[in-house]
Design a protein around this ligand. Structure first.
Ligand SMILES: [Cu+2]
Length: 302
């Protein structure tokens, strides 16, 4: 019996090794080939709004500089490893610093940082500050003045405000000025936001229960939705008919993965028609509930 067991042992070990390797490969494969992992290969997604484009180009500038620095440093390292290898140079040369070289690479590194900081600050305003809506955008009245100092506003003050509220496990959108303080009576939708093209849309992001995170990568940066706080972002999408997708980017509970979001860009006229229809159907549903309530009360059931 012992002999049989001993004979089987190497085989069991090899099966175990293969199983571990298969498990490892499957894990790596599912991480790498997940839909979002290489959404735009190595760089951020862009193309839906100018702030996303600016984030993408800033990322690429820094990435290319980093690639050059990496290539130079690793190149020098491998060159030295080969050129001064122990087999050819059994007695290493005794060098006590090279002042000129040390000063130059310190200045070089500092210069790279200064250039990157300057480029970042030059691009920052285009990422943070929304532009005016285009002439072909939705006709907007002057925005309502708010006391918030960090709420982005275009130079002419005309913007469409949409409140984005995260809750376990769905996004709610309330359309129009006033959604920040009193959403009652305003049109709303869930999961899919409808927005007019070429119009500056400012999102007021909130949460009712736990921390969520709003992120539609093609429409700009990610913003946390924190209960009790208002965070802001904006987009101005030029392409009618596009649908941009994203999902909650903060682990918010067991159904976090189902908390998806879509933004559908329509023409300003189609937006106006949609918002009117939405308002009408919400009012119809409200009055239906009101009728039911009155009926139940008169029947003595409520
Ligand atoms: Cu969430």
């Amino acid at each position: 019996m012992d002999r049989i067991r001993a004979a089987l042992r190497p085989e069991t070990a090899s099966i175990r090794r293969r199983l571990v390797a298969a498990l490892l490969l499957t894990t790596i494969g599912s991480l790498v080939f997940a839909t979002g992992a290489f959404a735009d290969f190595l760089t951020p997604e862009s193309g839906g709004s100018s702030n996303a484009d600016q984030i993408d180009s800033l990322y690429k500038i820094i990435l290319y500089v980093a690639i050059v620095v990496f290539a130079v440093v690793e190149g020098a390292l491998f060159y030295s490893l080969f050129k001064f290898r122990a087999k050819k140079n059994p007695n290493a040369a005794q060098i006590h610093g090279n002042t000129r070289l040390e000063i130059s690479w310190t200045i070089g590194a500092a210069l790279i940082l200064v250039v990157l900081a300057a480029v970042t600050f030059a691009k920052l305003s285009a990422i943070q500050d929304p532009p005016n809506s285009s002439a072909s955008g939705l006709a907007l009245a002057q925005g309502v003045l708010t006391a918030s100092a960090d709420e982005p506003s275009p130079p002419n003050g005309k913007k469409l405000t949409i409140c984005v509220t995260g809750r376990q496990y769905i996004w709610r959108y309330t359309y129009g000025d006033g959604c920040k303080t009193n959403a009652f009576g305003l049109p709303y939708s869930y999961e899919e936001m409808v927005a007019p093209a070429n119009t500056t849309v400012v999102l007021d992001i909130q949460a009712t229960d736990v921390i969520h995170s709003w992120w539609i990568p093609k429409l700009g940066g990610k913003k946390d939705a924190v209960p009790g706080y208002h965070n802001y972002t904006w987009f101005k999408a030029p392409k009618v008919g596009e649908v941009y997708v994203g999902q909650c980017a903060e682990l918010c509970g067991r159904n976090h993965a189902d908390m998806t979001a879509r933004v559908r860009i329509v023409s300003p006229a189609a937006y106006q028609a949609w918002i009117d229809g939405q308002r009408r159907s919400i009012q119809a549903a409200d009055s239906q509930v009101q009728r039911l309530r009155t009926q139940l009360q008169s029947d003595g059931d409520l």
